[in-house]
Write a protein that binds this ligand. Structure first.
Ligand code: SF4
Ligand code: SF4
Length: 158
């Protein structure tokens, strides 16, 4: 009998406890600033081209080998409007294999790639492979909500 009463009391207390879950996808919890979704490629607005030079360092370090990168001569270097001799030609990420480890971001010497907050990308092959325009758009979408991002100094301390 005592056990039953204790159970009822516990149920009563739990009933009034503040809810911590939400009805996803209609409701969403705020993402923490350092949350890492899929990587996206950043756009150099000053030179009107991607920051990525296609150097393949990220591709060689990716533990799941889900990236494909090729570079080409930068036509803007030839006409003197960019300092980049080489520029990205083709970039794709197979998101079904990406584990959002951020190693590609850590090894990039040009700060051309960043971890976005985007994670809802479930799809079937081959649509799960995102190409250069998609990756640039992901970063642009992410930066549209950049006020949720901490500064570089703050991120280094996290
Ligand atoms: S986050 Fe990790 S797994 Fe995903 S593309 Fe970058 S290095 Fe590869
Ligand atoms: S994202 Fe960075 S490391 Fe990867 S190819 Fe582009 S410039 Fe090189």
């Amino acid at each position: 009998m005592i056990g039953v009463l204790r159970g009822l009391v516990q149920t009563w207390k739990t009933h009034w406890r503040k809810r911590v879950t939400v009805q996803y996808p209609d409701e969403r919890l705020p993402l923490q600033p350092r949350y890492m979704g899929f990587p996206g490629l950043m756009w150099d607005a000053e030179h009107d081209e991607p920051f990525c030079t296609g150097c393949q360092v990220c591709m060689r370090h990716c533990p799941t080998q889900c990236m494909t990168v090729t570079m080409m001569d930068n036509p803007k270097f030839a006409d003197g409007t960019s300092k980049r001799r080489k520029i990205i030609d083709y970039f794709s990420i197979n998101q079904s294999r990406c584990i959002a480890c951020s190693i590609c971001v850590e090894v990039c010497n040009f700060e051309a790639i960043e971890m976005t907050h985007i994670f809802e990308k479930a799809n079937y092959y081959p649509d799960v492979v995102v190409d250069l325009p998609d990756l640039l758009q992901m970063s642009a979408d992410h930066r549209a909500h950049k006020d949720t991002m901490p500064s570089r100094e703050t991120r280094d301390q996290l």
